[in-house]
Structures are given as C-alpha cells and as structure tokens.
Write a protein that binds this ligand. Sequence first.
Ligand SMILES: NC(=O)c1ccc[n+]([C@@H]2O[C@H](COP(=O)([O-])OP(=O)(O)OC[C@H]3O[C@@H](n4cnc5c(N)ncnc54)[C@H](O)[C@@H]3O)[C@@H](O)[C@H]2O)c1
Length: 201
Amino acid sequence: AGLMGADHAKIVAEELPGAKLQLICDMDQQRARLVADACGAVDIATDPNGAIARHDVDAVIIASPDFTHAPLSMACIAMGKRVLCEKPLSQSSADCIAVMETEQKAGAKFVQLGFMRRYDRSYQEMKQALDNGHLGRALMMHNFHRNVETPAADFTGAMAITNSAPHEFDVVRYVLGTEYASISAFQPRRSDARVAPVVMV
Ligand SMILES: NC(=O)c1ccc[n+]([C@@H]2O[C@H](COP(=O)([O-])OP(=O)(O)OC[C@H]3O[C@@H](n4cnc5c(N)ncnc54)[C@H](O)[C@@H]3O)[C@@H](O)[C@H]2O)c1
C-alpha cells in the first residue's frame, strides 16, 4: 500500500473490467486500511504469504520493496497464482534465475514484471520505425533515466543499477531485439554527499 501499490489498487478498482479488488496487504496495517477504504477493497491483511494463500485471491500484484519480490513471486507460483510483480524481480541474478526455474518447473507463465515501457506508445513507435526499416540500422541506443528527486532517502549508486536501470535493460532488449554481451558501470566521485550519476555502457 505504498506509492506504487496504491496506484495499482486504484487502477484495478477503477479501470480493469471484470477485476475485483479483494485484498490490500501491507505490513503497515494503517496504510493497508487507508488504501483499501480509498479503493473499496473487501479486506486488508499484514502478512503477504497468508494473503497469497487465501482462496478468495486469484491473482496478485507485488509492490512491496525490491528485496521481497523474489520470495513473494515464488510463493505465488507455489500457490498457482498469477502475479504482476514490480521491477526488479530481484537485486541478485541468482535469485532471478531461481524464480524463472521455479516457474519453468511449474510449466506455465505466472510472473509478469512491471516493465511498462513496452506498453508506451512512444517506445512502440520507435520499435516499429526500426523494425520496418524506416530509421535504418540501429548503431547505438542512448538512454537517460532522470528522477526529479531520489525515490528514497537511502538511495545508493548501486540502486541506480538494481532499481532504476532494469527499465533500460528491458527496453533496450525490446526496441533493439538484441541480448547484452556485457555491461560496464562507472560512477564519478562527487564533492558533496549526494549520489553521483551512474553511467552504463
Ligand atoms: N514500474 C515502475 O516504474 C516503478 C516505479 C516506482 C517503484 N517501482 C517499484 O515498486 C516497488 C514499491 O515502490 P514504492 O515506491 O511504492 O515503495 P513504498 O515504500 O512507497 O511502498 C512500499 C510498501 O511496502 C510495505 N512493505 C514493506 N515491506 C513489506 C513486506 N515485507 N510485506 C508487505 N508489505 C511490505 C511498506 O509498508 C510500504 O507501504 C519497488 O520495488 C519499486 O522498485 C516501480
């Protein structure tokens, strides 16, 4: 029931035909209650595993902090529940692979990640212009990710890679249709206490 969770809840309640917002779960009960009341959810909970296991829950949106995504996605797969999980799937590639292997063993696609740029018309038009030869062959893709302010007070340079850059990782794959060979990351030193920009090649 944080920033993203409240937004997802509103969308499910107001814009998804056929969907019913059954349950808002947050370890902060007050937040869960606030969002549930604002969006007309039937019930609230504070334990995510209990919430995922409930019989009156068919599908799950995970919008809790990054480190919870892989274990909660695994819990959804174990319960046979489809899940829209916010990016990143994990901050560790080993955990990401573990979730993917669990899903493959289960034999169906259960997990979709919150990579919404693929559904953004500008990105779709850019991909189309490349695919139909209108722009010629792509030689380089140059991406910037700017936030007006850092999303959390404890945001680190490493989080620029594990939290923000997954959007670039996804959209480069989507637009160019290629896989990465390697990625190098650089971060200059700043003279003040703020997080310096991270440059990835
Ligand atoms: N797709 C996007 O563009 C996009 C944009 C912003 C954030 N995100 C992702 O969304 C996720 C949430 O970000 P946010 O900005 O909404 O954070 P937030 O801090 O506003 O909300 C997180 C919520 O999770 C709750 N919580 C914490 N640990 C929990 C646990 N173990 N079980 C249940 N609830 C728990 C907190 O009480 C809080 O209400 C992050 O993983 C972030 O990377 C995605």
